[in-house]
Design a protein around this ligand. Structure first.
Ligand SMILES: Cc1cc2nc3c(=O)[nH]c(=O)nc-3n(C[C@H](O)[C@H](O)[C@H](O)COP(=O)(O)OP(=O)(O)OC[C@H]3O[C@@H](n4cnc5c(N)ncnc54)[C@H](O)[C@@H]3O)c2cc1C
Length: 412
């Protein structure tokens, strides 16, 4: 049982969660002259299999902040097109080269490197404070207004009073729950199994994309010395799959993508395979007086398109554009919080609808198939024949709808 050892503090904005949304918002607000405390429950940013794709929308934000060149010095891979092998037909699914962005490609970088990078930049700012190993337990309320966060670090309990509390604590959010705000589950018919396999740098193909066969889909991200793999399964079917041996799973993977034949033995047991239980959810209302939720806490995304980090960053940029000045001047109003939801809910909804469409129209029918189709589906043929068409998925994945630019200036 923890000591009730309160080390109370006061700040202008207290953010629960040091993921992409929370750290970026903390950085942007502190840069714009707002006192910020970010609480992160883990001691570091190391996590297995988190989203590792930084899209042109986020690269544009980093460029706005003058951080792009330094960011690109981190070890990374660059993806200019997504390719697919659809029932044996090789096709370019998305071509990013034409996007209107300073760097028209996806960057693959471990999420912890990205978070370390943002955290290190933020720590240079006098108004920024990051408390690692500190868990937000819930919001503090006074007369219906959220006035702070109760947090715990080791045996110590803190109360941090704040003009604004931000729930950026991901899809299993404590802040949203403790504030009594609802979230609607939109359902998802798939789960994803994540694992990595060694990559033969000399002989393996240099591709990032997906392979579709009757009853199966595998995404392989080229990470230089390894493949990051996502194996799509019908929702809730992992336990059934696990009734077979890991050997039979290895064989399934190698049958879909024969270039992995030599590397599948690296899957020693089912412990090497991690389940992502896919969820798509949306809060009908993202805010209360004194509280705002952003990122996965407000709208959990499907991994389709790998857009989760990037939408979380877009939320952070919009929130700082709209809130930095009222927060700095101590005149934050409910209408400012409502404005953030108005600005960001629509792009999140449009993206989720596109993800639901891909899940229902492409993924579920593929997983239900028992035999290869007689011919390649028409949309695939069209993508193959009409290069202009490939710009559409590239735009949706790489930039999305209603892209945000940083409007705040560094505070002198
Ligand atoms: C397996 C997997 C693969 C994915 N692949 C991709 C991909 O390729 N590309 C992509 O763009 N997106 C991907 N995503 C989604 C992406 O990771 C999320 O959409 C994105 O990280 C959301 O950012 P966020 O900051 O809102 O939340 P999160 O990244 O979930 O961050 C929340 C943070 O809050 C902390 N936290 C939670 N509770 C508390 C608490 N009570 N107190 C203090 N801290 C707390 C957590 O430790 C975490 O650091 C993937 C997700 C998963 C799980």
């Amino acid at each position: 049982m923890a000591n009730e050892n309160f080390l109370d503090a006061r700040t202008q904005c207290c953010i629960a969660g040091g993921g992409p949304a929370g750290l970026m918002l903390g950085y942007l607000l502190a840069r714009a002259g707002v006192d910020v405390v970010v609480l992160e429950k883990h001691a570091d940013f190391l996590r297995d299999f988190r989203g590792d794709t930084i899209h042109p929308s986020t690269l544009t934000v980093l460029d706005d902040l003058g951080l792009l060149e330094a960011f690109l010095e981190l070890p990374h891979q660059e993806v200019r097109e997504l390719t697919g092998d659809v029932f044996g037909e090789r096709v370019t699914l998305a071509d990013f080269r034409h996007l209107p962005a300073p760097r028209p490609f996806l960057v693959l970088v471990p999420q912890w490197d990205f978070l370390d990078f943002i955290a290190n930049e933020a720590k240079r700012l006098p108004r920024f404070s990051l408390r690692m190993s500190t868990r937000a337990i819930g919001v503090i309320e006074d007369d219906g207004v959220v006035t702070g966060i109760e947090a715990q670090s080791g045996d110590h309990r803190y109360r941090i009073a704040a003009d604004l509390v931000v729930g950026a604590d991901g899809r299993h959010t404590t802040i949203r729950e403790s504030a009594g705000l609802a979230s609607d589950d939109l359902g998802a018919p798939i789960d994803v199994l994540w694992f990595s396999l060694p990559r033969d740098v000399k002989n393996d193909p240099d591709i990032t994309g997906g392979t579709i066969r009757a009853g199966a889909m595998l995404v392989t991200l080229n990470r230089g010395t390894y493949w990051q793999c996502a194996f799509v399964i019908p929702k809730g079917s992992l336990e059934t799959l696990k009734q077979d041996s890991i050997e039979s799973f290895r064989k399934k993977v190698a049958d879909i993508a024969p270039f992995l034949d030599d590397s599948v033995p690296a899957l020693a047991s089912w412990d090497d395979v991690k389940l992502l239980s896919v969820q798509i959810a949306m809060m009908p209302r993202w805010w209360r007086d004194g509280l705002l939720c952003i990122g996965d806490a407000a709208h959990a995304m499907s991994p389709v398109g790998g857009v989760g980090i990037n939408l979380a960053i877009q939320d952070a940029v919009a929130a700082s554009n709209l809130l930095a000045q009222p927060l700095r001047e101590g005149r934050l109003a409910a209408s400012d919080l409502e404005a953030v939801q108005r600005r960001r809910q629509w792009p999140a909804r449009v993206t989720q609808r596109a993800q639901v469409a891909v899940q229902n129209v492409v993924l579920s029918p593929v997983l239900a198939r028992t035999a290869q189709p007689d011919r390649v589906p028409l949309p695939v043929t069209l993508l193959q024949r009409l290069p202009l068409l490939r710009r559409l998925p590239a735009r949706m994945v790489g930039i999305g709808v209603r892209p945000e630019r940083v409007r705040t200036k560094p505070f002198a």
